[in-house]
Every structure is written in structure tokens, then in C-alpha cells.
Ligand binder design. Structure first.
Ligand code: SF4
Length: 201
């Protein structure tokens, strides 16, 4: 009688068979794979100093170990001592190394005028001045000092509100807690009420 198997199960069985055959062949040749794997890991971080940190991507807060050698990050992996993730990381967290060491990482300010097709490199001071100018302009134009409306009994009342509904701000999980704390204090001081953080999205 013909044995029916699904495509998925066929592929799974084939890949297991191939992996087993390859490993078996190497073992038959006297190659100890476990030792090789341990050596590869050890060589990569052998002279590095490990610093515990937190994955910057989401609010789960998985613990990481950052390996640094000669002032350079050489590896980032899950921290087995973290009670949150016990050494594991999701694909995003596992790619944290590329946040730091990546030739495609943009390290200067790019500005594009409305309607323009090309980006222009700005120095940081110029960009900060322009952002401050736009924030002040927007806040001045939209600032609401008082709200007038009915109270619970239907009587018209006026309340001081001091806010702007025209600015939204987004903190980033790749910034330090201290930075995000000061950032939201500044925004509240300006009267911004739409305050969010990337880690909660
Ligand atoms: S992005 Fe992934 S690794 Fe990072 S904290 Fe969230 S769940 Fe953990």
C-alpha cells in the first residue's frame, strides 16, 4: 500500500536526513563537531570584555551581553543570566550587532526640501537650529491656553489647559532611559500631549 506524506513533512524528513548524513560523514572522518563549534564561539570573543545590556527594540527588555575588544563591539548575544530571556533573543534582538557595526548605517543628518528629490547633508548644529525654529513656530501658532465647555452639570466653565495639539513626539528605545526621561520632560514643558515611545508600539 502506498504511504502518503505531505510536502511539508517530506521536506522536513529530507532535510533532517541530509543534516544527519553530513554530520555522520564528518563524525566518521573523526571530526568532533561539538568541539569545533565551541572553539569557533570561543575564538570570536576570546579576548573580549562582556558588558550586560538590554535589547533596544521592544518593551520585553531581553538581556544581552555586549562583547567589546579594543573599544570595538565584536559580538552581541543573549545574556543567559537574564530572567527575562535566559540567553535567547528573537530575530530582531539577535540582529542588534548590526545596529552598531553596519556600513549602511547613516551617521550624518540628511535633509530634503519639500518637493525636492535629492537629499542634502546638513551639519548637526544647522539641523538642530532648524528643528528648534519649526517647533517654536508651530507651538506659537497652535498653543491653546484655555478650554471652555460644559461641566458635569451642563454649566459652561473655562479651564487652563496650556497645550499644543499640533506636535507629536516619538522617543526611541535605542536611546538611554535617561535621554527618554529628559525628552518627555522637555515635551511636557512645551505643552506637547501626544508623547509616545517606539518601545510601546
Ligand atoms: S525585540 Fe526581541 S530580543 Fe529584543 S527585547 Fe523584544 S523580544 Fe527581546
Amino acid at each position: 500500500m502506498a504511504v502518503r506524506t505531505s510536502r511539508r513533512s517530506f521536506l522536513k524528513q529530507s532535510s533532517l536526513l541530509m543534516a544527519g548524513t553530513a554530520a555522520g560523514s564528518l563524525t566518521a572522518l573523526g571530526v568532533d563537531l561539538n568541539t569545533r563549534r565551541a572553539m569557533a564561539t570561543e575564538l570570536r570573543i576570546r579576548d573580549a570584555q562582556a558588558y550586560p545590556s538590554i535589547c533596544p527594540y521592544c518593551a520585553v527588555g531581553c538581556g544581552t551581553l555586549i562583547h567589546v575588544e579594543d573599544g570595538q563591539i565584536v559580538n552581541i548575544e543573549g545574556n543567559p543570566e537574564s530572567p527575562v530571556n535566559v540567553g535567547t533573543l528573537c530575530p530582531k534582538g539577535a540582529a542588534t550587532f548590526q545596529l552598531h557595526v553596519n556600513p549602511n548605517r547613516i551617521t550624518h543628518v540628511l535633509h530634503r526640501d519639500p518637493g525636492a528629490t535629492d537629499w542634502e547633508v546638513w551639519d548637526l548644529d544647522r539641523a538642530m537650529d532648524r528643528i528648534a525654529e519649526l517647533v517654536k513656530e508651530t507651538r506659537d501658532e497652535t498653543f491653546v491656553e484655555e478650554w471652555t465647555g460644559p461641566d458635569d452639570e451642563g454649566n459652561e466653565i473655562t479651564k487652563t489647559v496650556n497645550y499644543t495639539p499640533a506636535i507629536f513626539t516619538l522617543g526611541g528605545a535605542t536611546m538611554a532611559n535617561e535621554w527618554n526621561h529628559i525628552h518627555q520632560k522637555l515635551m511636557r514643558g512645551l505643552g506637547v500631549v501626544a508623547i509616545e515611545n517606539q518601545a510601546r508600539i
